[in-house]
Each structure stands twice: as C-alpha cells, then as structure tokens.
Design a protein around this ligand. Structure first.
Ligand code: M6R
Length: 606
C-alpha cells in the first residue's frame, strides 16, 4: 500500500533518476495510481511526478534527466485524495526545499493543515502527506536544523506511517521515520537506501536494518543514525541482517505476467516450503508444541491468508484440536475471552498486513501465545510473534496471492501433522507431502487445458458460484476471490449445503457453478450438483479422478479431474485450477492480472 524508496550515493550520479525508476518498478505492486521522484542536485530540489505506471510516468516526466546524490521515490495507492498529478508524491514545502514521500495515514492531518494554513502555508494537494514538508519548513523557520525539525514534525503526527524526506541543503542525506508501516535501511558500499520493501534494496545490497516502530533518523553513505522517538540513539551493530533473496528472484522469466510465473513456480515453492520446514525442525516443533498445549487455537488472516486459515483451522479440528478461524480485521471482537491458555496462529504472506498485525498485538496483550506464518522473516509480524515459521515461497510480486497461499496451506497441514498424537497418521502424511512438488506439477498440467477453455466462457460471465463442503468451502472461497480480483467476475463462495438457503434463486440457464469436491462430505455434494443442473446451471466440478461418479459425470458440463492424492495433498493443490482459470479469464478480458484495479499487495491501512 504505497511503496517508498530513498537512495543516497557518495558520488553524484548522472543516472540517479534511472536508478530511482528501477527501484520504483520493483515497488509498483504496492500501488499503481501514480508515481513520482524528487532529487537534490547542487543544492536544488527537483520533483517529477504524474498519474500512471512507473515506465510511462518516467518517460513522460523525464526521470532519466534527473541527476544528483540523493533522491526519493513513491508509487501511490490513493487513500486521501483522488489519483491525480497534484496528489502524487513526493510533496514539497512552500520554499521547494523539502520533499517527502509517505506510506500510511496521518490521522490528524486536517488540524495540522489548518494550523499551517493560518501560518501562511499554501497547499497544492488534498493529501494527508503534504502537511509533513510544510511542518518541517515551519519548524525550520524558527531556527531548528532540518533533522530536529523533521523529528519534531514526526512527533506531532498521529497514525500509521513510514516517511522518507530530503532537504535541498543536504546533498547526501535521507531523513526517515517509521510508525507501524514497514521501513528498511539497506547498507551498501558507497550507497544507502531506505525503503518500504527489501525488493528495491536488493540490487544494491543484501545487508539491512529493519526499523522498529517509533524510530526516526537519517542516513548518508557510510552513516546511519537511528533513535527512538522520545528515547535515546539506537545501537544498530546487532541489528544488521543478511537477506536471503537474490535479485534475480524478482524477474518475470519467460512468462508474460508474474501471476502465471508464480502459479507455475508452485512445485518449486512448495519444495522450498517443505525443505524449510524440515530444516527448521526446532522452530516447527516449538510452534507445534504451542498449538498442542493450548486450550483453543485461533487461526487468523486476511484475504487469501484468511482462506488458508480456514483450511488450517478445519484441519486442526480434523486432528482433534479446538480450532477456529476468523478474519483479522474483526480480531478485536473474536479475541474477547482469549487468554494465556490459548494460541493464535497469524497467517500473512507479507507479515505487514495491518489487521493481522493488530490481531497479533491484541493476542500478545491478552497473554496468548502467537505463532506467525510469514513469507518475510524481517516483517513486523514475524518479529512480534513469539514464534514464526518462514514459508520460503520466494518473492511473490503479483498482487493476487497464488504460490504463497499453497505454501501457507502446506505449512498449516505440516504443523498439524507434527503435533498429531497418532504416529501412523504423522508418518503417512509426511510421506504423502514428500510427493507434493511432483503432484503439484501434475495438477498444473491436468488443469491447464480446461482452465484455458473455461476462461473463454468465463470472460463473458457476469457472476459465478463456487461451492464446496467442509474443506471444499475455503478452497472454493479462494477460487472465487482469485477470479473476482484479477478478472472482475463477480464470484461468491458458499458452503455447498447453504446454496439451497437463498443463493440458488440467482441460478438461471448457463449460470456458472463450480464445485470443489475434496475430502469430507463429498457424497452430499452430488445432491447439490443435481439441484444446480436441474435449474440449468453450467456446472463445473473439480475433483479427484477416483471420485468421478455417474451422477457427477451426468450433471457436470465440464470436469477438471485431478490426480488421486491424500486429503492433505489435495488441500494444498486443488486451488490450482481456479488460479489458472482466474489468470486466463483476466487475459481473455484484456486485463493485466498483475495489476488488479484498486488493489495493493500489502494492506497497511485499516
Ligand atoms: O500479506 P498478507 O497475506 O497478510 O495479505 C493478506 C491479503 O491482503 C491478501 O491475501 C490479499 O487478499 C491478496 N490480494 C489475495 O490475492
């Protein structure tokens, strides 16, 4: 949700604008409403920005002509103010000396704006961000140096934010502050970077410091100063981490879109997830112990991570645990009564989703033990949970989660299996999971043709139902979310048995209804399939080959029959046909599946 980056180099660079453009391209998945950069060159601040994608704006506004030794950049996901040129970041003060880029929300911006207006400041945008450069300017006008003014300005802001700033009087200095929204400082040779995501730092260095909440500071090549707001300077010597990703992991390879690449990567990402779980034996056993010893296990996440949570909670129940799943954004209600004897599993690809982070904080406050499942070990959720399990899915760039969803489900199943008391169950499942990468490849292969041909039909559909019972429901919900997000087809998932209690009234001839047949209560799905067919629905069933019955065959207009596998392996893999269907439907509709409208990959505002 907005990507920010700042870079300072020891020697002036003619290509600073090009470097910022490249960094912004890596952050584009965080927001693509508008793009902008600001550089300081020979004591002059220059700003270029506009509405649109990074490449287009960079070309239009001549980013390549910008040189200097320090600069900031921003990709925007609009919160305050429409996506217009005026509202694009960076924002500047009246004197054109200070430029600021920001991710998050400044809650008290209206009152600050009013105060600054009364002091003669003129605003050019509707954003909350613009108060920051004016505030710094105002505080500097009474004699403060830039850092003191910046620090004081930050202490006056309420909300959740990450901010970077430059001042025309400081040719190599980046000012930064973090409150809730993530911010990382990358330490390179003759270069220092500050960014909301490690992805934009990696081409320069894999050494980084993750800032804590309420930290503020400044950086120049070879110098980083950080302090806690209201506290003393931080000792960074023990906080430098080495990041595992290689810069090449971020490319699209031979694929047209990241989404397709990430779907196809699943045999590999799942192999990585599993080998990571095996090698992190201690953490995994600790996490399993926490769950096994708890009175109740609550599994919490948002979006796709919530769907993975639903699969996980149901699987834990299947193993005899008292487990429940709920959406992170409602945690404050669902966590009432949760206490020391309980465990909370927080599922989050990014590890930065604000709703999930707040659920983690509330759980910790209540004394519950928290296990996080994240794809970013540097993330806030990983750092604040008592125990975390690293998914190792590799970077996921497409806004729609695909490979991280299957890794989350695999990790939840694995955790359940490790804590299961029945030794023969454990060894049977572990044995089955060993074949997961190979089965995944075969599920992709078995689904590809059907997904392409169904996509042609779905490209003209208005709506669809995705139905399943028990485990089939969360997998259907994830399928419906995918096609909704990337292809803009209105799709709703229901527990199949609920379809008769209202939803069926929408079904007319050719209305698409997808059924996921996986595991428990499968025999009851047959009745639902017959009911839908009787009303003229276009029925598609996704099921294991050995579950094809005469009733299903007779009543299905299309079938995606998948390899016969154990329940656990099907929980991970049966979403894949839906991922492919969503992808190809988006392509059929001429949409870019990597950039669904209105969405950002990491949601860091409430
Ligand atoms: O990073 P997280 O897993 O916490 O993100 C949660 C959701 O925002 C995310 O799954 C979202 O629903 C994706 N767009 C799904 O494709």
């Amino acid at each position: 949700m907005c990507g920010i980056v700042a870079i300072a180099v020891s020697e002036r660079r003619e290509d600073l604008g090009v470097i910022l453009t490249e960094a912004l391209k890596r952050l584009e998945y965080r927001g693509y409403d508008s793009v902008g950069v600001a550089v300081v060159d020979s004591g002059v601040l220059r700003v270029a920005k506009n509405v649109g994608a990074v490449d287009a704006v960079a070309k239009l506004e001549g980013f390549a002509r910008l040189s200097g030794s320090v600069g900031i950049g921003h990709t925007r996901w609009a919160t305050h103010g429409a996506p217009t040129r005026e509202n694009a970041h960076p924002h500047v003060d009246c004197g054109m000396r200070v430029a600021v880029a920001h991710n998050g929300i400044i809650e008290n911006y209206s009152e600050l704006k009013e105060m600054l207006r009364s002091r003669g400041h003129v605003f050019a945008s509707e954003t909350d961000t613009e108060v920051v450069p004016h505030l710094v300017e105002e505080l500097k006008s009474s004699g403060a140096d830039t850092y003191s003014a910046f620090k004081r300005a930050i202490s006056m802001l309420r909300g959740a934010f990450a901010i970077v700033a430059v001042d025309a009087g400081h040719p190599r200095r980046i000012f930064f502050a973090r409150k809730v929204s993530p911010l990382i400082v990358g330490l390179g040779d003759g270069v220092v970077l500050v960014s909301s995501d490690i992805v934009s730092i990696l081409p320069f260095t894999n050494r980084a410091v993750v800032l804590n909440d309420d930290e503020v500071g400044y950086a120049e090549p070879g110098l980083v100063f950080v302090e806690a707001l209201g506290g003393g300077p931080a000792d960074l010597s023990s906080r430098v981490v080495q990041v595992e990703y290689a810069a090449e992991d971020f490319g699209k390879g031979p694929y047209e879109h990241y989404m397709l690449k990430e779907i196809y990567e699943q045999p590999h990402s799942l192999a990585q997830t599993l080998s990571g779980l095996v090698s992190a034996k201690e953490e995994v056993e600790r996490a399993a112990r926490v769950l096994g010893e708890s009175d109740n296990v609550y599994v919490v996440g948002a979006g796709s991570s919530y769907h993975a949570s639903l699969v996980g909670a149901l699987y834990f129940r299947y193993l005899g645990l008292r487990a429940y799943a709920f959406v992170a954004s409602e945690a404050s209600v669902y966590l009432r009564g949760v206490g020391e004897g309980d465990a909370v599993v927080a599922v989050s690809q990014s590890g930065e989703t604000i709703d999930t982070l707040l659920a983690v904080r509330e759980s910790v406050r209540r004394g519950a033990r928290v296990v996080a499942l994240v794809n970013n070990p540097l993330s806030t959720i990983a750092r604040e949970a008592g125990t975390y399990v690293y998914l190792r899915s590799g970077p996921e760039i497409s806004v729609a989660a695909t490979k991280t969803f299957t890794s989350q489900v695999a990790a939840l199943v694995y955790l359940g299996t490790v804590l299961a008391k029945d030794g023969s169950h454990t060894s049977r499942v572990l044995e089955a999971l060993r074949r997961l990468p190979e089965v995944t490849a075969s599920v992709i292969e078995s689904s590809e043709g059907a997904a392409r041909s169904l996509a042609r039909r779905m490209s003209s559909a208005q709506s669809a139902y995705y139905l399943g019972r028990a485990f089939g429901y969360p997998i259907s919900a994830e399928g419906a979310l995918k096609i909704k997000e990337v292809a803009y087809v209105h799709a709703e998932a229901y527990p199949a048995g609920e379809s008769k209690h209202g939803p069926i009234s929408l079904v007319v001839r050719e209305f698409p209804v997808f059924f996921t047949v996986v595991g428990e209560l499968d025999e009851l799905v047959e009745g639902n399939v017959e009911e839908m067919k009787a009303r003229g629905a276009y029925v598609v069933t996704v099921l294991p080959r050995d579950r094809v019955t005469p009733v299903l065959e007779r009543n299905s207009d299309a079938m995606i029959s998948l390899p016969r596998v154990s329940l656990e392996v099907s929980l991970v893999t049966y979403v894949i046909p839906y991922q492919l269907l969503a992808y190809y439907t988006a392509v059929e509709r001429g949409l870019n599946p990597d950039r669904p409208r209105n969405l950002a990959k990491t949601v860091t505002v409430f």
